[in-house]
Write a protein that binds this ligand. Sequence first.
Ligand SMILES: [Zn+2]
Ligand SMILES: [Zn+2]
Length: 360
Amino acid sequence: MKAAVLYETDTHLKIEEFDLPSPSANQVRVRLVASGVCHSDWHVVKGDWPQVRLPVILGHEGAGVVEEIGTDVTQVQVGDHVILSWKRNCGYCEMCQKGYPNLCALPADGSGKPSIKTSGREIDQMSGLGTFGTETLVPQDAVVPIDKDMPFAQAALIGCGVMTGVGAAINTAQVTPGSSVAVFGCGGVGLNCIQGAALSGGEPIIAVDVLDNKLELGRQFGATHTVNASKADPVEQIKEITDGRGVHYAFEAIGLIGETFRQAILCTRSRGMTVFVGHAPENTAVEFDARMLMPEKMVIGSMYGTARPHVDFPRLVSLYKGGQLKLDELVTRTYPLEGVNEAFEALARGEVARSVLDLT
Ligand SMILES: [Zn+2]
Ligand SMILES: [Zn+2]
């Protein structure tokens, strides 16, 4: 198999050949067909996430076909089409039992050890998956079978960006019909917060970004209003659109600087909820006057859109097939595996909703 490996931060990924070992008892070998290029991969390249050990095969938003299964695997069969889930799901820990497998206590690869060893080297897989490759080895709870008529590129996006954004709106916040929503950031995740809010009947839905092309995308995904934060104060604009009261729900889907987190809290009304969806770099500080929370404002993080992958992935596939979930529109560009560095450059320039690697 071939895969794209990051050896050092701020360098290009290198395409290398590996021999994958046979799956262990609980593992599944997946032939990857498509992988999205997510901002989280970019965070690792930029060195924002020092907790990720290098070298690492990046990529955690993938779909493919089960090629081989370990002796204890019962949940999937060879030939199944699957979406990969980047969060382990043991089924037994406190959070799994409470219905929050997105917060499962297991580390990403289940053992804390790299699972790909080749010519004496150990290579980690991003989030235990490493989807920037033609094949991967993952634990059986990390694969969710889906209908075989679902296209792979669109399926792959469900594995991270779509689940994270749509899930933040429909699972974490549980936006109700007629409630007002502001979404900061119209990247891959933000657009999905917008379409999740639209699916839930949010109104108005206000998209905030600094790039007009991104705001236009926001409209395509269901935003009723747009605010260009480089031209006007977004908090004031949001208050104006909501008769001075602020929104019921604000989503921060940028995750780069503390200021947008602060603005998200500021633009909510009494009893309003701010959802932190963006994964900020380590030690990102958010400063605000604590009294601001007195009118019973709520601030909550969202991890993987409160995903229950085995319930939510098939649900999102159904919504897509029923014409209610926009996925085709998210796939701005397709690159071969060898084009991964170019895909990162397009992402860094804010040119794409999502790039997808075609791994066939
Ligand atoms: Zn991601
Ligand atoms: Zn668990």
